[in-house]
Design a protein around this ligand. Structure first.
Ligand code: DX5
Ligand code: ZN
Length: 221
């Protein structure tokens, strides 16, 4: 499978976001990863649908909206209408509400014609989201605890990537997107890809490098 790189705009300078989006596209990014934080599910607050709406006309790249928020079902409409191409929601935020909430939220995302995905934190077994694999266009495995960029990759996640790819193959969805988010560097990207991930989120690795195009192409090698 070809590797796709999804730079996370969490690490960008918000005062020049428009230019940044264009520069990411010119540098070979495959998706734009938008980290939405609500100050409750995770400590920081980042941005809402308005950001997605404003960057939508600036790029042809898919907007990959990662919702780190409580009650995600209440917000789907805003992000779908703002132009998200894919929306991912956290297993943990859904499980708190009810056993069926994750399934319902994924179905709601699909009802807007938007791709959907489920996310698990590093301490949640990937098996917990196996029941929703058939509904998902993508699964997102967190390789740091969500909330901040620039953290260190948790190596135990590599085994979870393998399990996720194996299970996707076993249910006839071998080409499903498996995204890894947090602490992806030039030093561990190969291990992550070989375990079966094909979408790598990269925040600080891209934004702290002087040559974004080169860093993005090296993450794929
Ligand atoms: C963490 C966010 C990540 C983060 C990745 O809560 O979901 O997308 O920005 O940043 P790096 O690549 O710096 O770990
Ligand atoms: Zn993210």
């Amino acid at each position: 499978m070809t590797t796709k790189i999804a730079p996370s705009i969490l690490s960008a300078d918000f005062s020049v976001m428009g230019e940044t989006i264009k520069k990411l596209e010119a540098s070979g990014a495959d998706l734009i990863h938008c980290d939405v934080m609500d100050g409750s599910f995770v400590e920081p607050i980042t941005f809402g649908g308005q950001m997605v709406k404003n960057i939508r006309p600036l790029t042809k790249l898919p907007l990959d909206v990662h919702l780190m928020i409580e009650h995600p079902k209440t917000q789907i409409k805003f992000f779908a209408e703002a132009g998200a191409d894919i929306i991912t929601v956290h297993y943990k935020a859904c499980k708190k509400i009810s056993d069926t909430y994750l399934k319902e939220t994924l179905a709601l995302i699909k009802s807007y014609g938007v791709k959907c995905g489920a996310v698990v934190n590093p301490d949640v077994p990937v098996e917990n989201i196996f029941p929703v694999f058939p509904l998902c266009d993508m699964v997102l495995l967190m390789s740091v605890f969500p909330g901040y960029g620039g953290q260190k990759y948790i190596p135990e996640v590599t085994e979870k990537i393998r399990k996720a790819r194996e299970y996707a193959l076993a249910i006839g969805k071998g080409d499903m997107d498996i995204e890894v988010d947090g602490g992806v560097t030039l030093g561990n990207a190969k291990e992550i890809r070989e375990a079966g991930a094909n979408v790598l989120v990269a925040g600080s690795t891209v934004f702290n490098s002087s040559d974004w195009a080169r860093t993005i192409s090296e993450l794929k090698k």
